[in-house]
Design a protein around this ligand. Structure first.
Ligand code: ADP
Ligand code: TRP
Length: 320
């Protein structure tokens, strides 16, 4: 099985990215072929600052390596290093009905949030389809918000195959149902664009501040509370053992247990959980030539696979 997913270099990695996507990717690489890339061309639809872009790409590479993406077992690359993806985007665009793209929520949501309504933003799902189809991927682990884009990819691939023959592999999205949407510090979906993220590699002080800022209701310490109705517990549950989760739920139900105390427990848990990854990141940061080498080798491996598929496509559509 070939598993593929990408992440935009639009900011610092947060625990929504980790649980929604990175964690399952790391598990996949043990038994499947894992393809993991930094979607910097997608990133261009919202980030218009070259030096910031460069820094974010590097930060994303370092973060993925620190969190366990192993380049011996999987392929890790930067999207734009394989120019064939832009070429395939054009070919796919010519068989993509406008209506398919007009139905995409993500475009409408982004425009509503004042992101410039460029044609790049509109055709974003076609580039995503090219990412997936160029590497003949079978399974796409993503958060709920990306599900529609994988469905669009399937529709485009089916259409292309109907016109030109059975060339593209039809992929399937894989959504982690139980953690489909990780809440941010304000209770909305955790997202860089909402400024409500808990960053995995934030300095300790900053991480503590973020966790202490999680919004809760104003129930007093004494009052019994419904654990499932508060964000601190919801986040704790995602990382804690069953035993510790039950213990915290019980304390909330009994009363005499305040949100402040629960936040401290959440902070300690996250420091423990991500401690080894934070240490690994420091080691990687200290060796920039290693990251450069990873990027170069990843591009070579990805290019080998991409050139085979693009060759078949060019032939089928009569470009060569
Ligand atoms: P952001 O919304 O912060 O910009 P991205 O869109 O770059 O995050 O998402 C990268 C990956 O992480 C995608 O697979 C996405 O579905 C997943 N992801 C992001 N935020 C969450 C969340 N709050 N809950 C679950 N998965 C998420
Ligand atoms: N659009 C995805 C996001 O914002 C990132 C992405 C780009 C992607 N290409 C992909 C994810 C291909 C999975 C497969 O999160």
């Amino acid at each position: 099985m070939r598993i593929l997913s990408g992440i935009q270099p639009s900011g610092k990695l947060h625990i929504g990215n980790y649980l929604g996507m990175i964690k399952s990717m790391v598990e996949y690489q043990e038994k499947d072929e894992l393809f993991c890339f930094i979607a910097n061309m997608h990133g261009l639809t919202t980030l218009f600052d070259g030096s910031q872009m460069r820094e974010n790409i590097n930060e994303a590479l370092i973060g993925l390596l620190a969190l366990g993406i192993d380049t011996e077992k999987s392929i890790l690359w930067v999207q734009s290093d394989i120019a064939e993806v832009a070429e395939l985007t054009w070919y796919l665009g010519t068989v993509t009905p406008m209506g398919l793209l007009q139905r995409c929520h993500s475009y409408k949501d982004k425009v509503a949030r004042n992101i410039p309504a460029s044609s790049g933003l509109f055709t974003y799902p076609v580039l995503m389809a090219a990412d997936i189809l160029l590497y003949s991927s079978n399974i796409i682990p993503v958060g709920q918000d990306q599900k529609q884009h994988v469905e669009v990819t399937r529709d485009i691939a089916i259409k292309f195959n109907a016109v030109y023959g059975d060339i593209l592999t039809i992929p399937e999205a894989e959504i982690q149902e139980e953690i489909a949407v990780i809440p941010g510090t304000d209770g909305q979906k955790m997202s860089k664009s909402y400024n409500n993220t808990i960053e995995i590699f934030a300095p300790e002080k900053e991480l503590r501040r973020k966790i202490m800022s999680i919004v809760t209701d104003s129930a007093s310490v004494e009052e019994p509370k419904d654990p499932d109705a508060n964000n601190v517990f919801l986040l704790y549950k995602l990382f804690a053992s069953l035993e510790d989760t039950d213990a915290m739920a019980e304390k909330f139900r009994r009363g005499g247990y305040g949100y402040g105390e629960a936040k401290k427990e959440l902070f300690n848990l996250l420091m423990d959980y991500f401690g080894p990854y934070r240490k690994k990141r420091e080691e990687i940061v200290a060796d920039p030539s290693y990251v450069e080498e990873v990027r170069k080798k990843g591009a070579e491996k990805a290019r080998n696979i991409a050139s085979e598929l693009i060759g078949k496509v060019r032939k089928a559509i009569g470009m060569i």
